[in-house]
Write a protein that binds this ligand. Structure first.
Ligand code: NAP
Ligand code: MG
Length: 398
């Protein structure tokens, strides 16, 4: 049988620990036997990031701009313990943060639905894709403790020196204050990414803020979304038969719980942080989530939603058997291969990605799965496999 050929390379970003081990297994067992895999390889493992003063992360993001599609393995974001463990020159920044900033992207996360792993919310039949704004608000705030009586004001000094002031509070005793901001450009990019992604998936887009209470700040988000929609997307949405729907955040939460799923939910930074953990836990497991960073220019970076699964890696290094779930990492590859196929008009590659996803889900539905899923499945007597055996089981179905 001849292998599927590729015309344009994928940007491949390797990573750390247990997911790096899975990465190699997935390529060896599932991809290389079937595809004449063309990638431009970047080693984002912590050792090589340290050796290159993190230049490799910047290069990988630049390559993503060039080739438009990347697939990324989970990577360590160093903390003090990691600086010691890997003898680092510096506490390097989060690679995801660096790449997100360079691509100005929005992260979309959706659950991978499979029979036998039922959502806690039993009305949910289809995935809910959560889109989180990745810039500003409380994540770039300034805050202060107020020790006692006094006045706190918001002051804007324009470039010409003129000033605008707003009283925050006349304190009569101690308290706290917080100031935060966002940028029109970033909100517009966010709106555009969400609307393009809704067209990609052919699904409705929901957006919600607290604009009744925050009449300037949150209302500005609502206005910008509406403007971008009216100017650039209304016709395309109508043609695709999908809807842009705005409502209040509390109303959105109530509607989401009563919905069947099958839409994209765009959230401001904090709402997205909180709601994505709620939605993903309710669907079952972080190892059963897809995650893709989409830039407003149409660059795509696919990854798993979970981390490097450090505890499993330490057991693996001691020679113990581990049953780490590779599904999210497999789906990062299939997402990237399908997108590559779509951009290059390569139907064989698109078909292969769909078959690999099917083979993965059918393996679980047949009762063969990793330990994390065995704990939550409704399938009776599941057979727990180690990572490689599970991947080999998928390979034989494929
Ligand atoms: P994690 O790697 O997501 O793992 C947390 C726990 O979740 C694991 O200990 C494991 O539980 C379970 N888990 C996660 N993925 C699993 C999988 N595929 N199969 C089975 N179980 C899974 O998060 P972490 O331990 O907080 O972080 C480890 C490292 O990952 C950190 O250095 C962090 O910086 C990095 N990280 C990277 C990314 C990214 O690159 N996108 C995201 C988050 C964190 P049990 O141990 O109970 O089995
Ligand atoms: Mg969070």
């Amino acid at each position: 049988m001849s292998k599927i050929t590729m015309t344009t390379p994928l940007v491949e970003m390797d990573g750390d620990e247990m997911t790096r081990v899975l990465w190699e297994m997935i390529k060896e067992e599932l991809l290389l036997p079937h595809i004449d895999l063309k990638t431009e390889y970047y080693d984002l493992g912590l050792e090589y990031r340290n050796a290159t003063d993190d230049q490799v992360t910047v290069d990988a993001a630049e390559a993503t701009k060039k080739y438009k599609v990347a697939v990324k393995c989970a990577t360590i974001t160093p903390n003090a313990a990691r600086v010691d463990e890997y003898d680092l020159k510096k506490m390097w920044k989060s690679p995801n943060g660096t790449i997100r900033a360079m691509l100005d992207g929005t992260v979309f996360r959706a659950p991978i639905l499979v029979k036998g792993i039922e959502p806690v919310v039993n009305k949910w039949k289809k995935p809910i894709t959560l889109a989180r704004h990745a810039y500003g608000d409380v994540y770039k705030n300034a805050e202060m403790q107020i020790p006692g009586p006094g006045t706190v004001e918001l002051v804007y000094t324009a470039a010409d020196g003129s000033q605008k002031k707003e009283l925050i509070h006349q304190f009569e005793g101690p308290g706290v204050v917080q100031g935060m901001h966002n940028l029109d450009g970033s909100i517009e990019s966010f709106a555009r990414s969400c609307m393009n992604y809704a067209l990609d998936l052919g699904q409705d887009l929901w957006f919600a803020t607290k604009d009744t209470i925050s009449k300037q700040y949150d209302h500005h988000f609502k206005d910008i979304f509406q403007e971008v929609y009216d100017k650039e997307f209304q016709e395309k949405f109508e043609k695709a038969g999908i809807e842009y729907f705005y409502t209040l955040i509390d109303d959105a939460v109530a509607r989401v719980m009563k919905s069947e799923g099958g839409f994209i939910w765009a959230c401001k930074n904090y709402d997205g942080d909180v709601m994505s953990d709620m939605v993903s836990s309710a669907y079952g497991s972080l190892a059963m989530m897809t995650s893709v960073l989409v830039s407003p220019q149409g660059y795509y970076e696919y990854e798993a939603a979970h981390g490097t699964v450090q505890r499993h890696y330490y057991r693996y290094k001691k020679g113990e058997e581990t049953s780490t779930n590779p599904v999210a990492t497999i789906f990062a590859w299939t997402g990237a291969l399908a997108k590559r196929g779509e951009m290059d008009g390569n139907q064989a590659l698109i078909d292969f990605a769909a078959k690999l996803e099917q083979a993965t889900l059918q393996t679980i539905e047949s009762g063969k799965m990793t330990g994390d899923l065995a704990l939550i499945t409704s399938i009776e007597n599941p057979q727990v496999l180690n990572s490689r055996a599970f991947i080999q089981e998928i390979a034989s179905r494929l």
